[in-house]
Design a protein around this ligand. Structure first.
Ligand SMILES: [Mn+2]
Length: 417
């Protein structure tokens, strides 16, 4: 039997409204080490977005290498498998491979070609038990960019068709050589039917669209699929064995209600994977005043007054919760920001943003950018936005040819470094 720990989307080096989060990541990594020990883990899978940016700061890289070193010195049998997500630089992540391989740590940043063909064998990694016998095969698939996946003739959506075909061929190749041992996939992608919270109220949105891959590609030949990319921990389309581990830290206020954690998977030949979701409590909380919607300046100031004083708090300054304030205004109030900042000076919180919500905005149904709209701007489907703008300008729908061209450019821009 092999015990696996699935985690993803660490986003080391992330800053939250300018605040450094190293202490939060350090706290998470210490928890991860304890979990490896308690759950007697044989293999750790990190399903992409290890770093927040392709050129991470030295402090984030230090955390990463220190973690690998600590994990390997405490648990010499541990195998570590890391893939690049869309935030990672494939080349940069793979650069230390010659050293990391000495420590049974495999990093897959990109897909290799052999004589012009995709080298699927390079992505099939045997995972071994403590007696050095191979227990299962791990299919390690970094975030796929154009050129990584085969082109599928006459496909309506070349990205999802190509990525699906990539997985199909990889699983077929692995099935032929796995001698009945279980297969495991580690991937970084957006699966059709996964959920995200769009606004602050744990509202659910089922995502679908151009970059989505149908989970059907993961046939019964695969015992477990360890995914990264979506920050909300979940199983995909009700399938227990296809999961997002979720990010250990909330990366925006819309992720405030996410339950963070990791997944422990026990794999044994001829048996279903045994899956256990474990919860992680992040070091730093996110709080909103008021807790939902917005309130008048008087009400907001009153509620802020009630927040705990810093000198009475057991938390150190870099553990104080992140605070967002949402104020209902009739007109801009230049003094309010100063009032809020002054009031918070001695409070055990860290102010991230004050969002004004103007009465006429919330009352009107116009499609101007309201606060709610601007907040979810990053969740708007770009193709939809293009259609809206086009219709406004030319009073007609863009032709399907134009939409296709737009989609092509959009995928090109978003999937390349
Ligand atoms: Mn990602």
């Amino acid at each position: 039997m092999l015990r696996i720990l699935h985690t993803a989307d660490w986003h080391l080096g992330h800053t939250f409204f300018g605040y450094n989060r190293n202490n939060e990541h350090e706290y998470f990594l210490a928890w991860l080490l304890r979990t490896i020990e308690e759950k007697e883990i044989d293999a750790l899978l990190i399903a992409g977005d290890v770093f927040d940016v392709s050129n991470p700061p030295a402090t984030a890289q230090h955390l990463y290498y220190r973690f690998i070193h600590q994990a390997k010195s405490r648990f010499p049998h541990l195998q570590i498998v890391i893939i690049a997500g869309n935030h990672d630089s494939p080349a940069r992540l793979e650069a230390p491979s010659p050293l990391l391989m000495e420590m049974q740590t495999i990093v897959k940043g990109s897909v290799r070609k052999k004589d012009g063909a995709i080298d699927y064998d390079d992505l099939i990694i045997p995972l071994k038990d403590r007696n050095e016998s191979t227990e299962c095969f791990c299919l390690t698939v970094p975030f796929l960019r154009q050129g990584d996946y085969p082109s599928v003739a006459e496909a309506q959506n070349s990205y999802s068709a190509g990525v699906s075909e990539f997985y199909r061929q990889l699983i077929e190749t692995a099935s032929a050589k796995c001698e009945g041992k279980p297969l495991l996939v580690v991937g970084h992608l957006q699966a059709t039917g996964s959920e995200i919270a769009e606004k602050d109220y744990s509202e659910r949105t089922i995502i679908g669209g151009l970059e989505c891959i149908a989970p059907d590609v993961f046939t019964d030949a695969v015992a477990y699929v360890a995914l990264g990319h979506i920050h909300k921990s979940q199983r995909v389309s009700g399938r227990e064995h296809i999961r997002y581990a979720g990010s250990p830290l909330p990366l925006s206020f819309s992720e405030k209600f996410y339950r963070h954690g990791a997944v422990v998977v026990a794999l044994e030949s001829g048996k279903d994977a045994v899956i256990e979701k474990i919860t992680y409590e992040p070091l730093v909380k996110l709080i909103s005043v008021p807790s939902q919607g917005a309130a008048s300046p008087e009400e907001v100031l009153h509620q802020l007054q009630q927040l705990p004083e810093a000198f009475l708090s057991e938390l150190s300054a870099d553990e104080h919760p992140y605070l967002e304030v949402r104020v209902e205004l009739k007109e801009p109030d230049p003094m309010l920001t100063k009032q809020i900042v002054d009031l918070l000076a001695d409070k055990a919180v860290r102010l991230t943003r004050i969002t004004p919500i103007y009465a006429q905005q919330s009352a009107s149904n116009s499609d101007e950018l309201t606060e709610e709209n601007s907040e979810s701007l990053q969740n708007i489907d770009p193709a939809e936005m293009m259609r809206n703008v086009f219709e406004k300008k030319y009073a007609e729908q863009p032709s399907s040819e134009l939409q296709d061209l737009f989609n092509e450019v959009y995928l090109d821009v978003t999937t390349k470094e």
